[in-house]
Design a protein around this ligand. Sequence first.
Ligand SMILES: [Fe+2]
Length: 347
Amino acid sequence: MYPKDFWYVICESGDVSNQPFARTILDQAMVVYRSKAGEAIVLEDYCPHRGMPLSMGKVEGDAIRCGYHGMLIGRDGGCKSMPGQPRISRLKGVQGYPVLEKFGYVWVWAGDPALADPAKLPKLPWGEGTGWVFGGGLYRIECNYQYLIDNLMDLTHETYVHPNSIGQAEIDDAKPEVSVKGDEVFVTRWMHDIVPPPFWANMIDTKERCDRWQVCQFVPPSNVFIDVGVAVTGSGAPQGNRSQGITGMVVDLITPETETTCWYFWGMARNFNIHDTRLTEDLKRNQGAVFAEDEVVLAAQQRNILRNPERRLINLDIDRGGSHVRRIIARLCNLEEISEPSSQRSG
Ligand SMILES: [Fe+2]
């Protein structure tokens, strides 16, 4: 189940050229290419003539020519010409998708094209560039996208999955606050007066003990932004003064591929040492290593759940944020109930 009338990232801007490529999102096979004029174009990856993937064809101007018998499909998905076939007006075309290119990504409107609204793009203040720098990457994760959202809305897993980087025992002791504002869910956790774990200790320029925060924000349809950082204990960070601290924004743009796989566009924006390109590269490498640990866990979880379809998962206190997200996603899919294994409540 996927909320359809939203923008989803299909790829990074830099991935798109006049060499077409195939990508499936929300169970729909699509072809992505850049027109000669420079616009990103996304169509159904299917030649209406004999079913050949258009991604194996060639770009001509803003159209794509099928690599099998040469049908030319325009940017709107309509048939523009067919060799040896003078009358084409009645030939069926394929679906063309509304596309936006922003924040370094190509976004596709997966639902009713008439409802495609640029104002529904998630707000990424750090994506506008001023005062922030961003680095990130892409993983294909072999799990349903909602398990990845669960993972990001419950960071107690850091203690066990990421013990050598961002995990620390104090995460378990710091009870998170969960709140819902409209269709957004927030899980906020503060760890006071702690020794920062290696990931943060390497970046904050102090030997003092710190306060550490994690504010996870779910934004429909499947994005999670996590405001994270550490600041010297007693310097006022819990009250809003981060002058003796450092802030990062973990960016998680998640696009379902199939029921059991998803595209994970991850990254971190930061507003400190923004001209330090080496730091950007180090952060990207470290974050990529952390998320590779999640990748292993999530794929194993998905395999095991598929092997045990009769079993039900248990929702504990730590899953409260994720449970709110599931209810919101179910509502956005116009589903009465959450048709997901994790519907059982603990007693
Ligand atoms: Fe993780």
